[in-house]
Design a protein around this ligand. Structure first.
Ligand code: SIN
Ligand code: FE2
Length: 215
């Protein structure tokens, strides 16, 4: 499985109200998408997706798991990164090497990510506008891979104001860099049935972050 060579040229700088949102449309071809989805589902057998609680005590509609030394979790105690799955108590599976290669070829950062949040959106799941700010170094980019059904992604400046929607399709890769690193973003909805990649339907989103010291 390799990253399509077309990933190497400059990404598209999407016109949004915040500078630094980069998009590589169709970065993963059909074979790479299928191989990555199979790898992800195999690792999820060791770390089953679950629905975390918000600090307010409501379950997320998105199912989550993680790969890497650190994983993002939420519960009544708040948001944080931790080394173990909250339900099994076991360490998270390793980040697939394909994703580390993708990071090396796309973002401009000297180190490697030590956390990969796995978001599984079955039909009807969404994610409210938020910022990613639980990481130790907020200067490091966040890299995101979309697989399966298309999504309506919303993004706007950290301080609020105008937001823009961007359709993310299976195989698209995007990054929050520079001023967009702290952009507010979320998933308004999943376009159910737009892809047949995932068994059971829906969308997988893999988000690579430098949560602690990196790998
Ligand atoms: C996230 O912000 O953690 C996920 C975004 C996405 O699903 O594309
Ligand atoms: Fe996020």
């Amino acid at each position: 499985m390799s990253v399509r060579s077309a990933i190497t040229p400059a990404p598209v700088e999407v016109a949004t109200a915040v500078e630094g949102f980069r998009l590589w449309p169709g970065a993963l071809d059909a074979a790479a998408q299928a191989a990555l989805a199979a790898t992800v589902f195999a690792r999820l057998r060791q770390a089953p997706p679950y629905r975390p609680l918000t600090p307010g005590g409501r379950p997320f509609s998105v199912e989550m798991s993680n790969f890497g030394p650190l994983g993002w979790v939420s519960d009544r105690a708040g948001y944080r990164y931790q080394a173990t799955h909250p339900e099994t108590g076991r360490p998270w599976p390793a980040i697939p090497s394909f994703l580390l290669d993708l990071w090396r070829r796309t973002v401009d950062w000297p180190g490697l990510p030590d956390a990969c949040l796995v978001n599984l959106y079955r039909e009807g799941a969404r994610m409210g506008l938020h910022q990613d700010r639980d990481e130790a170094d907020l200067g490091a980019p966040v890299l995101s891979v979309s697989l399966g059904d298309a999504a309506r992604f919303r993004i706007g400046p950290a301080e609020g104001g105008t937001t823009t929607t961007v359709r993310l399709d299976s195989g698209d890769v995007c990054a929050l860099t520079g001023p967009a690193r702290l952009a507010r973003h979320g998933i308004d909805r999943i376009l159910a049935g737009s892809s047949r990649l995932l068994p059971g339907g829906g969308r997988l989103n893999l988000t690579l972050r430098v949560a602690g010291r990196g790998l």
